[in-house]
Design a binder for this molecule. Sequence first.
Ligand code: CTP
Ligand code: MG
Length: 198
Amino acid sequence: MGAEAILQALWLFLPAYVANMSPVFSAKLVPKWSHPIDGGRSRPDGTRYLGDGKTWRGLAGGALAAGLAALGMTYITPHWNLVSAFDFDVDNVGRLRVFLFGAVVGFMALAGDAVESYFKRKSGRERGAPWIPFDQLDFVVFGLLGMLLAGAWVGYDWLLEALLGDWLILTTLIVLTPALHLLINRIGYWMGLKEVPW
Ligand code: CTP
Ligand code: MG
């Protein structure tokens, strides 16, 4: 049961993971669309509100990527059902809603990343500086919020059961995700996709 809950958590949160990994790819795909969300504005002390690492491109790309991920999941498993406890009926819900649900989750995951950068800059940490565990957890908390926000589109009964059915599911998201995130960033760094290994 334990291993199944962990798998379930990772599967359930896949759109948020995809969103969180997407900005380095959208940066490579559309390097010219690099408008920073903070519009380049600085605080009175001269430091940036968010910095050049938080772009509209990243936000939009993350929403799109997560929407497509959610949609893709419905084709892999018709009931979004990697493991037994899920009861997500795509035919009743409709694929447009599934896409929009994923897009909101992805948007919120990266909005969380931007909010984190706001506090990171405020605390005097430069763009790219590590700030463990906030770098790793920002998208988890906001991704979960996104699920609750957009849950009406896919059904709260199913969603809350999937999120709260086993304490290991939320625990995995909060504890295992930061560890996984660090591992994946290291791989991204080795592959030359990321500038820093965290
Ligand atoms: N990125 C982006 N738009 C976003 C988020 C990320 O374009 N909304 C791109 C940027 O090129 C960024 C890279 O993805 O440098 C990695 O993202 P992240 O590690 O979150 O940003 P950092 O540059 O480390 O900045 P910060 O210190 O603010 O987290
Ligand atoms: Mg961050």
